[in-house]
Write a protein that binds this ligand. Structure first.
Ligand SMILES: Nc1ncnc2c1ncn2[C@@H]1O[C@H](COP(=O)(O)OP(=O)(O)OP(=O)(O)O)[C@@H](O)[C@H]1O
Ligand SMILES: [Mg+2]
Length: 267
């Protein structure tokens, strides 16, 4: 399978990091080997896994992106509390990368060779990107096979989606012709609001089966888990948030392979 998926939306706070962590953990629970890459200077993914201040001997993703030496991705990877799930962390230095990359050669293609070297060891590599369409996100889109787009069910979400799909189109045209849309994920859904239902219906009518059947509900456990440094499935596996991400993982796996190999009791 060996898929590299960028979790992206330039709109802030739509659930990118929550999706990256919890989808990755759910895939790992289904016996897939998964690497998470924190490409956001806020480093919420790194802190959400309880790894703030931790780095492997090769440093963080910042060191790899700005170095002229060829980095072995294995030298950047850390274990997490979930078996089969590893992470390349970020820290505040990554804020500078957005500026430093401008002067470097191949500034939009510096992540791609690094992840190509990691690809064979993982079933899935998920990249968490910042809320912008700057050089860091561009590096993720150039390195990835596909983009998973989390979006919340608000009115302005649709405008943001148009801007993002236009950017994906430009990346396909100039930098990464293979890039596709992995899927659109409706997050923070509140079935009680008519606005949310209207936006969800509109997204489904535009993007049809690109939209996952699973929607992620608003669930406090998803917001609490990062404070404990673990994905929601380890924090409260029975919560509606954890169950929704397990269901999303099943859908992602179904899109990529026939379902019989799934461990049914778990997913
Ligand atoms: N389904 C949910 N239910 C309740 N809270 C959620 C849910 N998803 C995310 N959150 C919370 O909402 C906030 C924003 O989520 P998250 O950090 O995943 O978004 P993001 O898109 O990565 O943000 P940014 O653009 O800043 O990187 C976080 O505090 C998170 O814990
Ligand atoms: Mg984030």
């Amino acid at each position: 399978m060996n898929k590299i998926i960028s979790v992206s939306n330039q709109k802030g706070g739509v659930g990118k990091t929550t999706t990256a962590i919890n989808l990755a953990a759910s895939l790992a629970m289904a016996d897939r080997s998964v690497l998470l890459v924190d490409l956001d200077p806020q480093s919420n993914l790194t802190s959400g896994l309880g790894l703030t201040g931790h780095a492997a001997e090769g440093g963080t993703i910042y060191d790899a992106l700005t170095s002229d030496q060829e980095t072995d991705p294995a030298d950047l990877e850390l274990d997490t509390e979930v078996t089969g799930l590893r992470v390349i962390p970020a820290d505040r230095h990554l804020t500078g990368a957005e500026v430093e990359l401008v002067t470097l050669s191949d500034r939009e293609s510096r992540l791609r060779p690094l992840l190509s070297r990691a690809r064979a060891r993982y079933d899935f590599i998920l990249i968490d990107t910042p809320p912008s369409l700057g050089l860091l996100t561009l590096n993720a889109l150039v390195a990835a096979d596909s983009v998973l787009i989390p979006m919340n069910c608000e009115y302005f979400a649709l405008e943001g989606l148009a801007e993002l799909t236009a950017t994906i189109g430009r990346v396909q045209a100039y930098l990464n012709p293979q890039l596709s849309i992995e899927g659109i994920l409706l997050t923070m859904a509140d079935s009680r609001t008519l606005l949310g239902q209207g936006v969800a219906a509109e997204v489904r009518s535009h993007f049809a089966d690109k939209v996952y059947a699973t929607t992620i509900p608003r669930n406090i456990r998803l917001a609490e888990a990062p404070g404990h440094g673990v994905p929601a499935i380890l924090y409260d596996v029975r919560s509606s948030g954890a169950e929704a991400y397990l269901s999303l993982a099943r859908e992602v796996l179904e899109r990529h392979s026939p379902p019989p190999t799934l461990p049914e009791p778990l997913l």
